[in-house]
Design a protein around this ligand. Sequence first.
Ligand code: ZN
Length: 183
Amino acid sequence: MTENSTAGSQSVTDQLTAGEDIAFMREALTMAQRAAAQGEVPVGAIIVKNGQVVGQGFNQPVGSHDPSAHAEICALRDAGQTLQNYRLPGCTLYVTIEPCTMCLGAIIHARVARLVFGAVEPRYGAVSSGQRLLENGVYNHELAVSSGILAEEAAGLMKQFFRQRRASPNDQGPAPGAGAELQ
Ligand SMILES: [Zn+2]
């Protein structure tokens, strides 16, 4: 029912846009690095319409005192302002890590046409891991999904972040940005 494809098994349509997907996912990874630089879990998102970036965001719930400030939500808000519309038809959302239930819900509410994510999130992922929300038959909005784009880079950023955070609970260490405040 869903168009959920796994890494290495993209559909023909996906292959046509594969180069574009990689380029935009690189921008999402740049956003993820901005999150890491601020001591936030490194997840980044970009929203594209007609080949143009109309929204971008990075994970920042700690610094912004906002439990909903995940990368996808920040990017959806940004795109809504850019397009002056609470719905984002025809848009593709690129995010470095598989969305959680909150973000996938918001993506559906926004009527995003296509979701492209990098690495799976085995615990909180709501697309192909954990809860598979798109498969429950509740939503009548068709969301095309591609995954595995630059997954190693996306997962690598996460691993590096958590390794550094574990390694430096209270010494000066190599923790990025305001990481010391996290512990
Ligand atoms: Zn989320």
